[in-house]
Write a protein of this length. Sequence first.
Length: 258
Amino acid sequence: MTTQTLTYALTDGVAEIRLNRPDRMNALTTTMRREIAEALRQGADEARAVLLTGNGPGFCAGQDLMDAGGFDDLDLEKTLLEEYKPMLDALRECPVPTVCAVNGAAAGAGANLALAADIVIAAKSATFLQAFARIGLVPDAGGTYMLPRRIGMARALGHCLLADKITATQARDWGLIWDVVADETLDTHAHGIAKRLAAGPTLAYRMIKDALRQSEANDWDTQFALEAELQGKAGKSADFVEGVTAFLQKRPAAYTGR
């Protein structure tokens, strides 16, 4: 695909989407939000896993204030609903596993873009910042939904009200992200995880994502019934037959996502 603000590459079943405005710390513009959504949809169609990361010293600094226009013309509600939500929905609802490699500072909507991925891995030097209160705004881009569910209300409130940076290690220890690795190994490590997922039972992965996301709102009986329904479908899949057969034959499974 042809883009202005990112690069897209498909290798070994992994669609790599790399934010590419390093001179602006990969801050988000209208064009960039549209291109991220388009790249995620393309990855969902042609890849078995998606890897999102950034070029340069930062992952994403959030909204590019130079792109927002003057105060008189600013309509943040419209921008969130018409530009941010389609981008974030494309990531959260991606049917294949998504990995985000946070290569540097992730601030504001940039932090919440990263957190919308299934698995988030950060370089040790990376930081996370809910910067909104610093300029009189409310956390957005899904932050008020994701943060209490990831780290609990006490830490979510402190993180958002104080608007202090937290380190990648803090983020991992709080349960905000999956793991932290040395800066120099981030790309290799993240690609390895994405390739592992791409080689796995992607049909089961899709149902795992669906079940865990729905559990946030379901009661016990509803969630148990959903588990049973999804397991019934998984048990009839070609991937299940292949997985069991490969296990018995002591060989790697060759999953097809069916």
